[in-house]
Design a protein around this ligand. Structure first.
Ligand SMILES: [Zn+2]
Length: 201
């Protein structure tokens, strides 16, 4: 999965404004810090492993091919950053020092789980349990499959629409709840008046 999609999937699934906020979340996502932290954690494994190497590559005048020549220490960091073992350590640390951002930090292992079925054997294989094991799925390579890229990008607005609709239903139900004295004289979802069970006093 590409860099931008990782950021958006992290924010969509692991922030309070996103799926992690359940039915109660939403509203003002721009001001929700968990959106930005989840997006950052969502790209964390690639930033940590490739950010420094790519900066050096640019500073040296971009000799050769960045991905073909990617190796050495940077590749070891890539394997560590894409290991569920290191992700568990990181999320455990966040839970201890900043528990309110724990759910947002889960965007890091989410990145790994999304990479695993979209990377094949070879240099960029997702070695889920590195350094204990070098095993990883020999799956499709997303960069060779435009239909896969189209699929995961189309899925995002579908998730947003479903989430928005689910939350809108909450407001409709809330407005029609008879026990709510502020709204008890309003109509229900079908348009019929809602009977108030409280005595008027
Ligand atoms: Zn990655």
């Amino acid at each position: 999965m590409d860099f931008f999609a990782h950021a958006l999937y992290g924010a969509t699934l692991c922030s309070r404004s996103g799926m992690a906020g359940s039915r109660q979340g939403g509203g003002g996502w721009q001001r929700d810090p968990t959106v930005w932290i989840a997006a950052l954690m969502g790209i964390g494994p690639d930033i940590v492993s490739m950010g420094g190497a790519f900066t050096l590559f640019v500073l040296r005048g971009m000799p050769g091919h960045f991905f073909r020549d990617f190796g050495g220490v940077a590749l070891t960091i890539y394997r560590c950053a894409h290991s569920l073992l290191f992700a568990a350590l990181l999320c455990g640390l966040v839970r201890r020092i900043a528990p309110r951002y724990f759910t947002a930090s889960l965007a890091w292992p989410l990145h790994i789980l999304l990479d695993a079925p979209t990377h094949g054997a070879g240099r960029f294989q997702t070695t889920l349990f590195y350094p204990l094991s070098g095993w990883g799925l020999d799956a499709i390579r997303w960069w060779e499959r435009p239909e896969v890229i189209l699929g995961y990008w189309l899925l995002l607005p579908i998730i947003w629409a479903l989430l928005s609709r689910w939350r809108a239903q909450r407001h409709l139900v809330g407005a029609a709840t008879p026990s709510n004295p502020m709204t008890s004289n309003k109509s229900d979802m079908s348009g019929r008046p809602v009977r108030c069970s409280r005595s008027a006093d």
